[in-house]
Design a protein around this ligand. Structure first.
Ligand code: GDP
Ligand code: MN
Length: 391
């Protein structure tokens, strides 16, 4: 689960990480009001969306007058924000963060993430902050420093020294001390909030030597939300893809992808194998959709509806190995979805397992048009053929 910058900053503040004074606003007038209560000029108006790269996309504006705060906020709220991470259609901005402007002297990158290979948190630090860390890592990998953290001992002071004393030229002693302390606080926040990512980019040193988190990003591990109830309440449904939200509401494991073959499968392993055979046959899956081993007729229906609502989908492959989810239940679910939404794209079905005869019969006796594949490779070849034909 992703949090907004203003939410992440509020949480960071609770861990003693310094952030600029700020207020949330939903209109130009509110932004004008908010800035009036903050120190300035300058003020900074920042789009609150779950996407990075806002600076370059025009979603962060530094302004000098209250009237310009109003104008900047209104402009950001008016048109969808397009950044490297939003896709060309952009993202509607529902709220902006108005902040006290900061006189920036230097910009750093600081983050804690989980390193999967080493199965432990890693603190990443770079003195080439402000830019995208991926770019820094690609161009000047020597500027990206890492400290792996033993979860048993936690973050150690020597690790903070290793990172902080790499900075050239070295900041003054007070600034350096604050920088090292901040690393410990960020690690504490990361662990306490069950984060998968806690990032500050840029972490700045101001002209008067203060260390400050000018940007903030937190991703919370979804698996921890059961015990992080306060964080769960920060979820913003407006930021979600509507199809993702629908899948979540019906307990379907759904991930939208960029291809054009909609696939409905039961079981994560079979779903991954299905995506592989689709690719092997030369096409691209439009989604990962695992309706789950014990899916009900209702879940099958919702799953197919989600695929049908995706305008990119040019053909559908249903690949079910009936076990706990019986093939007849699947068939009834498919028919229910077809009754609600006409299936206008080719449908290829591959059924095996429990009650397969009954499942096939239900489909055959319906007025649904579909093709039967004899095995997975055949199914992938057929669906790829259909997509190529429609192109
Ligand atoms: P992002 O592009 O989505 O990561 O948004 P950021 O919050 O990182 O802002 C982008 C850039 O705007 C930062 O790297 C800073 O250089 C600049 N910026 C943000 N806040 C201030 C500020 O208070 N003063 C100044 N001068 N620049 C700022
Ligand atoms: Mn940033």
């Amino acid at each position: 689960m992703k949090l907004h910058e203003y939410q992440a900053k509020e949480l960071f503040k609770g861990f003693g990480i310094p952030v600029p004074g700020g207020r949330l606003a939903h209109t130009g007038d509110e932004a004008f009001q908010a800035a009036g209560e903050l120190k300035g000029p300058p003020w900074v108006v920042k789009a609150q969306v779950h996407a990075g790269g806002r600076g370059k996309g025009g979603g962060v504006k530094v302004v000098q007058t209250l009237e310009d705060v109003r104008k900047a906020a209104a402009a950001i709220l008016e048109t969808p924000l397009v950044t490297k991470q939003t896709g060309p259609e952009g993202r509607k901005v529902h709220q902006v963060l108005v902040e006290e402007g900061v006189q920036i002297d230097r910009e750093f990158y600081l983050a804690v993430v989980v390193d999967r290979a080493r199965a432990r948190p890693v603190m990443i630090f770079s003195q080439a902050g402000g830019m995208e860390i991926e770019e820094v890592a690609a161009r000047t990998p020597e500027l990206v420093l890492k400290q792996f953290v033993d979860p048993n001992t936690g973050w150690m002071p020597y690790q903070a020294r290793t990172l902080a004393y790499s900075v050239e030229p070295l900041p003054g002693p007070d600034t350096l001390k604050d920088l090292m302390a901040l690393m410990g606080k960020l690690y504490k926040a990361f662990i306490s909030l069950d984060c998968s990512l806690a990032e500050i980019n840029p972490l700045v040193i101001t002209r008067d030597g203060k260390v400050l988190a000018v940007d903030a990003k937190i991703n919370v591990d979804d698996n921890a939300l059961a015990r992080q109830k306060e964080l769960k309440a920060l979820d913003d449904p407006k930021e979600k893809d509507p199809l993702d939200a629908k899948a979540e509401a019906h307990n379907l494991n759904y991930i939208r992808l960029s291809g054009n073959i909609g696939a409905m499968v039961n079981g994560a392993g079979l779903a991954m194998a299905t995506m592989d055979v689709i690719k092997l046959a030369g096409a691209e899956p439009a989604n990962f959709l695992d309706v789950g081993g014990g899916a009900s007729e209702e879940m099958v229906t919702r799953g197919l509806e989600i695929i049908l609502e995706d305008k990119k989908v040019k053909a559908i492959l249903i690949n079910i190995f009936g076990g706990i989810l019986r093939c007849d239940v699947l068939a009834r679910g498919v028919l229910a979805a077809a009754e609600k939404t006409a299936i206008k794209v080719p449908l290829i079905v591959r059924l095996e397992g429990t009650n397969v005869e009954e499942g096939r019969k239900i489909l055959q006796e319906s007025n649904l048009t579909f093709m039967v594949a004899k095995d997975m490779a055949d199914a992938a070849a057929m669906v790829t053929e259909q997509v190529k034909r429609s192109a």
